[in-house]
Design a protein around this ligand. Structure first.
Ligand SMILES: NC(=O)c1ccc[n+]([C@@H]2O[C@H](COP(=O)([O-])OP(=O)(O)OC[C@H]3O[C@@H](n4cnc5c(N)ncnc54)[C@H](O)[C@@H]3O)[C@@H](O)[C@H]2O)c1
Length: 452
């Protein structure tokens, strides 16, 4: 259920396995018309923290599992998903693993596009783990209802969405809500120690950076298989929601959905976001009607305010060099910041090894939940939404550069009015992109596509 640091690790198939396990049986889960229960947001040390899971897929189920494994009394009391089969499969797994900690009656299982509102209303802490296109809407609602939040990365798929998240993050601070974002490297001991050394100047001023998410296709749900399974034709909205990875409004493209992790580490090193970007990308190999509109490779040069540049590469093409890692060069040496092979090491300017991380931290997915729940119980300041939004925007910025082929300024990118989202959500509503008569989807065309 977790995402790998190494694209060849078995984690994606674990996700697939989880999908396979999900039952198609339909249980309760009727949508309640009106629930107005607003819970107190802050629980004292010994209180039971009630959790609602919104988006019951691979990662949502993993995050719920980790939330239920934190110290103190916790209960999963509500679940929401667009699809009943996803919710039921996740519920069965979580119930099997956590038994009494999962206490959800059928009328607290919510299905459909509005399900999130009802589940959020019942909880103290919400886990937001749908595809990222919905995150700004769900995050805004959770803040409005005064709940503590764990939300998966990315936190949006376009600039208007990022701005909504930034505005809601300010509200969350005013309401003293704790917000965790699933950029788990911030909770991974090797990264924490490496970043401390970099910020303490161990290799001098950082003058060049590079990062990679070069791997393979995580999964695809072909329309024919989905329709065979359903025993009927799917509406275009249903199809895109099931095969969400390949649609920009839902996923953001893989530069946003996966490569965000590496770009986030570079922003963390630089303690800021890039100011300018240009790049190139396209679809070279992964072609066909079931692969939607996203690219299969992107290469972007990001410039930071001090003039230093980050060279970023992400690729989803089988049979090529795979690596997921971040590296930086400073005036006094270089550092393999993390990921890939030989992570968390430093060298001097002559290339001699000067340091290697030898510690052993907890699984960062568990650690990020431990840290959030500890902050909630002890009322410590905790708000990762701002850097989560800036890292999301950095990845969207990169996509804007590769889709347009232009040199783009951060200020223009983050203030872009172009929304990729549908106008409204319903199973028969029109998604923002539709297939051509031959079933294929159009891709961005560098030099022609307008992004700001
Ligand atoms: N931090 C990490 O390492 C990591 C790892 C994997 C996934 N993720 C992130 O987690 C999120 C989910 O990814 P996943 O792999 O679990 O996908 P998934 O397809 O397994 O799960 C997504 C779930 O959300 C549901 N959903 C879709 N729209 C919804 C809506 N409007 N309301 C309620 N439910 C809705 C889907 O039906 C599905 O069950 C993504 O943002 C992804 O980037 C993060």
């Amino acid at each position: 259920m977790n995402e790998p640091n190494n694209p060849n690790s078995p984690a994606p198939s674990t996700r697939r396995d989880f999908l396979k396990k999900t039952s198609t049986a339909v249980a309760g889960g009727a949508l309640l018309g009106s629930l107005s229960v607003e819970r107190g947001a802050h629980a004292a040390g010994s209180d039971t923290l009630r959790i609602a899971l919104i988006g019951c897929g691979g990662r949502g189920s993993g995050a719920a599992d980790q939330a239920l494994s934190t110290a103190g009394s916790v209960k999963l009391i509500a679940m929401a998903d667009a699809f009943k089969d996803r919710l039921d499969g996740s519920f069965n797994e979580l119930k099997k693993n956590h038994q009494d900690k999962v206490e959800i009656s059928d009328d607290h299982k919510f299905v459909g596009f509005d399900a999130y509102k009802h589940a959020i209303a019942l909880a103290d802490v919400v886990v937001l783990a749908t595809p990222p296109g919905f995150r700004p809407i769900h995050f805004e609602e959770a803040v409005k209802q005064g709940k503590h939040i764990f939300m998966e990365k990315p936190v949006a798929t376009d600039a208007p969405g990022v701005r909504r998240v930034l505005a809601a993050a300010e509200e969350a601070k005013k309401k003293n809500l704790k917000v965790g974002v699933g950029l788990q490297r911030h909770h991974q001991l090797g990264y924490i120690e490496t970043l401390k050394r970099l910020h303490d100047g161990e290799i001098g001023d950082i003058t060049a950076m590079r990062c990679y998410w070069n791997g393979t296709t995580p999964w695809v749900h072909p329309r024919a298989e989905l329709e065979k399974h359903a025993g009927r034709k799917l509406t275009e909205m249903e199809y895109q929601m099931r095969n969400w990875y390949y649609f920009v409004w839902l996923c953001g493209d893989h530069i946003v959905e996966q490569h965000i992790h590496n770009l986030d580490v570079i922003n963390w090193v630089k303690q800021g976001h890039p100011v300018r970007a240009q790049g190139m990308g396209g679809v070279e190999v992964r072609k066909g009607p079931d692969y939607g509109e996203i690219f299969d490779h992107h290469a972007v040069e990001f410039e930071y305010a001090d003039g230093s540049r980050c060279f970023s590469y992400c690729r989803h093409i089988n049979g090529c060099w795979s690596d997921v890692s971040e590296h930086v060069v400073g005036t006094k040496g270089s550092c393999h910041v993390g990921g890939g092979r030989g992570e968390h090491t430093m060298r001097d300017v002559k290339g001699e090894s000067t340091w290697k991380f030898k510690g052993k931290g907890k699984d960062p997915y568990q650690q990020e939940h431990d840290d959030l729940f500890e902050a909630i119980r002890n009322n410590k300041p905790y708000n990762e939404a701002e850097y989560g939004a800036h890292s999301t925007m950095t990845a969207i910025f990169g996509r804007m550069a590769t889709y347009s082929g232009k040199m783009i300024e951060w200020e223009d990118a983050i203030n872009s009015k172009i929304s990729v989202m549908p106008r409204h959500f319903a199973w028969d509503a029109e998604p923002p992109v539709k297939p051509r008569p031959d079933g294929w989807y159009d891709h961005a065309v560098p030099g022609k596509t307008v992004v700001i």
